[in-house]
Write a protein that binds this ligand. Sequence first.
Ligand code: PBG
Length: 323
Amino acid sequence: MLIRTRRNRKGPYLRDLVRENHLRVEDFILPVFIMEGPGREEIPSMPGVYRHGLEDLPPFLDEARSLGIRAVAPFPAIHESLKDSRGSESTNPDGLYLRALRLIKDRFPELVIFSDVALDPYSSDGHDGIVSPEGEILNDESLDILGNMAVAQARAGADFVAPSDMMDGRVGHIRNALDSEGFTGTGILSYCAKYASAFYGPFRDALQSAPKSGDKKTYQMDPANVREALREYDLDLQEGADMVMVKPGLPYLDVVRALAEVSELPVAVYNVSGEYAMLKAAASAGWLDYRSVVMEALIGMKRAGANIILSYHAMEAARWLQD
Ligand code: PBG
């Protein structure tokens, strides 16, 4: 045999030398659930992940900072009594989310905040846009609310706003809204290729934000499609997105690869709640070695071409990367 590929795998130092992709703590954005009230509450379908009360947030973020985490994506669990059909609570300056953003920016000015722009946490219908009496998700009518949310979040300290709603034209609309209020330096991380996925189940448990009726298939993408993701990318690029994201992660790594090959923008991937829950559940049953499968899943996302990974495993992975 002239060629023996095993020569390059002989020992750990050699394997380190020829390694093509690397996971770094700088790659992570840590999603953080926020709630009203004291202490923290574990999310049953996401063991090890909590909703944090505002007093619990600084010690939690201290821990994240000490592990090297540099970016966070907060999501609010809004009390049901504050939800309405237009998601009005989303722009209440004294509401939970905007208070949380101000607190984070004040206490951790160096942390990069990616705030969430969508109606669902505040919507009595549990949809990302306004719902008509006939049950249609109204696109253009939702844009003004999304623009106002983005501006309110920028004002509260968001470095980037991250529209997760999938309404058409929202990136351009949000860009205009931000610029016209003077927030020309606030970036947009667009959920560019966001699929209508059942892997979001635990997240909807965390925020109690599941749709009250219907599903999200008229705005989120069909899991069978990839060409459509490139179309969404073209639009987001033209509309002024600064970064694009694919979501979910593991079942969509081909989409990450497709975008990574053409994208002029950094490509993020969202390793979503259901992906986290799967590995946790299998590990707790003793069926998989948790640390090994988490690190393998994460390097798979880098290998697929993602620059940035939103992951509930970020804290654990950051700890392991220090070992
Ligand atoms: C909604 C939103 C969802 C997630 C992030 N933003 C769920 C949905 O579209 O219903 C899911 C994230 C996860 O599952 O971790 N705007």
